[in-house]
Structures are given as C-alpha cells and as structure tokens.
Write a protein of this length. Structure first.
Length: 380
C-alpha cells in the first residue's frame, strides 16, 4: 500500500472525512508498539470507526498489511522536532476527534501540537517501555529534559496509558503524576492468523541435530541481550544437542554471529531474519526463550503461550513477570545470567507445562478487552 497524502482520493469511510482516531507513530516498522497500534487500528476500522495513521516517516513492513480504508499520512520528518509543524497542520486540516500518540517523545509532541493548533481533539498518550531505562532515561544529560517535558505536557493528556504495571509506575514517577492517573491496558493479542509457509531451509537447519528446538523472536538490538541467550545455549549444549532459531533483524546481528562462532555454537544457531508470522515457527519449538534486559510488555511471550509452547524469560522490567504471573505460567530467571537461563531451559525441556493451561493464559490478553479499554480512553 502506498502512503496517501492529505489530498488522496482514497477518502475515509464510515462517519465522513473527519477521522475518529488518528494514531501518531514514528513509522510502521515491525516493532511491538507498532504491531499493537496496527492491531487496534484494524479492529476499530472493522467496528466502523474512521482511523488514520500519522507517521513521522511512512516506512515499515506493516504498511503493506493495512487495508485501503485506513489512510496513512506521511509527515516526512527526518527528526522528531521536525514533525511538530507538520503535525500542527495535520490537526488543523483533518480535525480528528481523538489522537492516540504512542512512544515518548511523540507523546509530548502530540500534546504540544494540539495546543499550538488550537485543536479540541482528545489526546491519549501510550507508553510501551520503561522510559527510565531507555538511552535518554539513563543519561545524566537527557533524563532531566525528558522528565521536564513529561511533567509539562502529560498532565494535559485526556488519558495516560501504559502497557504494564511497571511501565505505569515509571511513567507516574517521571511525569510526577498520581499513580491512579496512569491506566494500564495490556497489549492486545489477536487470534493468531494462518501463518505463512515456513522457510524449509530454515526448518531443515534448525532441526539438523535432531535435538530440542529453542526459539527466540526479537529485534536484534542491545536491550534484547541475545548475547546472554547464546551463552546459555553453549551451556545447554553441554547436556543436550539443542538448536536455536533466532527470528528478527537489527544492528546487533553481525556481533551476535561473531559471538556464536567464538562460543563454538555457530552450527547450532540459525538467524532466520524477520518473519511476518513467527508463530508458524514458534509452534514447532520445544521452548520459547526471551533474554531481554527490559520489556515494556512482551507480546511475543503471549504468542508463545497461545501456541502452547513453554516459555523461559528473564525477569526483566516489566512485562514478562506480569504475563507469566511471576512464574506460574513460565520460568523466570535473573537478567544477564546465562547459567540461570540455561538451567531454566533444561527444566522446561525436562518438565514441560500443560499446553492447554498456557493457551488459557494467553486468552486473558484478548483483543476485545484492549480495544474496549482504548475506545473508552479515546471516547470513541
């Protein structure tokens, strides 16, 4: 789908040209927050609402998965600050009833743009990660202006949303809000679609040793800490001929491939790249593993539960522990400890949980509950 501009002939349907909900994001690359917003948009579109995406840059794999009824407006801003005036113009021209702004600093920017545009639209902010543990949040230089911006703008939001209790606590502290001002809406997980056919070459290499199959699905970046996972694999392979499939792309790929060679496990690791429907692979795994140092929520954990696959995860802030009920539905290990991660993987292989129980747990994160909660916050 080609992104449309404000003069596109592809006019919104339903309640006329004025959008009910405009979703403001950096782009539609395949990240957790972007996938959540796409899911919400599709469900609200099916419910008869006029939904539009407003993107700092109209790029990303998820663009091709939007129907023609959802317009995409490209602000064509190379930097966040360059998006301010295009967003002000968008608000004046399109006059959306509500804006859902996801991810700081876009959240603060949307609130400033509403003020500058003189718009009466409702603005809901949505944060998907522990901001105090992001790069600006850890920086002695960047954290004070980040907190100052949140304290200046967040009180004006019509609703402040976080995707987990831990994220909500963090947002409340940074923005100096009363904790009950931040509502928690767990990320929605839709019924898993029919997966695209799996790549036979990937499957063949993954199963080449005939031993247990482990899988990890995440962007290859430092916060996901796949290095700890590779070190854990080296420990597991002292006992079992396990093979690991890593799905995802990112800046850490070459470093991780080098580390796998250094650890002597390169032959037991397959880097499968980005896969649009990873659950086709997850369902064939013996254990799903997450090694992150931080997660706002952890959508893919719920997908693994929905597949009935045992989950082993680091007990990182903040989503995995909440999803797994602090160990009831999966094994949790300390962050950055490969020996502990390996031990939990071996335990999961030795004593796997009941798949039906895992699937029931996944059902508690239903799309219906999430959409209803967001529509209440947006008042649409």
């Amino acid at each position: 789908m080609a992104p449309s501009d404000l003069t596109s002939s592809n006019q919104p349907r339903h309640r006329g040209p004025r959008p009910d909900v405009s979703i403001f994001l950096h782009d539609l690359r395949c990240g957790g927050a972007e996938r959540v917003c796409q899911t919400l948009a599709l469900e609200m579109d099916r419910a008869g609402l006029c939904v539009e995406f407003v993107l700092r840059r109209a790029i990303g794999e998820l663009l091709t998965e939007l129907p023609e009824t959802i317009q995409v407006h490209d602000l064509d801003a190379s930097r966040v600050r360059n998006a301010l005036f295009p967003l002000v113009r968008y608000l004046r021209r399109r006059q959306p009833r509500a804006v859902l702004a996801a991810l700081w600093p876009l959240t603060s920017l949307a609130l400033l743009a509403r003020r500058m545009a003189g718009s009466q639209c409702r603005v809901v902010t949505s944060d998907h990660c522990i901001l105090s543990q992001t790069k600006p949040g850890r920086s002695l230089i960047m954290r004070p202006p980040m907190a100052a911006a949140m304290r200046l703008f967040y009180p004006a939001a019509d609703a402040v949303v976080a995707v987990s209790q831990g994220v909500a606590d963090d947002v409340a502290r940074l923005a100096a809000l009363e904790r009950d001002r931040v509502r928690v809406i767990f990320n929605p997980i839709t019924p898993l679609p029919t997966p695209r056919p799996c790549d036979e070459a990937i499957l063949s290499r993954w199963a080449s040793g005939g031993g247990p199959r482990l899988i990890a699905v995440a962007n290859l970046k430092a916060v996901k800490d796949q290095g700890t996972l590779l070190r854990a694999l080296a420990v597991v392979r002292q006992t079992l001929d396990a093979h690991l499939l890593v799905l995802g792309e990112g800046p850490e790929r070459s470093r991780l491939e080098d580390l796998a060679r250094d650890l002597g496990v390169a032959g037991a690791v397959t880097f499968g790249g980005h896969q649009p429907t990873p659950h086709g692979y997850i369902s064939q795994a013996d254990v799903f593993v997450m090694s992150s140092r931080a997660e706002g929520f952890g959508n893919v954990i719920v997908e693994a539960l929905a597949c009935g696959v045992p989950v082993v995860s680091t007990d990182c802030p903040t989503g995995p522990g909440e999803i797994l009920a602090h160990g009831r539905f999966g094994r949790l290990t300390p962050v950055g400890e490969p020996e502990a991660l390996a031990g939990a993987i071996l335990e999961a292989l030795d004593s796997p949980p009941d798949p039906a129980g895992l699937r029931r747990r996944a059902e508690t994160f239903s799309i219906e509950q999430a959409v209803s909660a967001y529509r209440e916050a947006l008042d649409v």
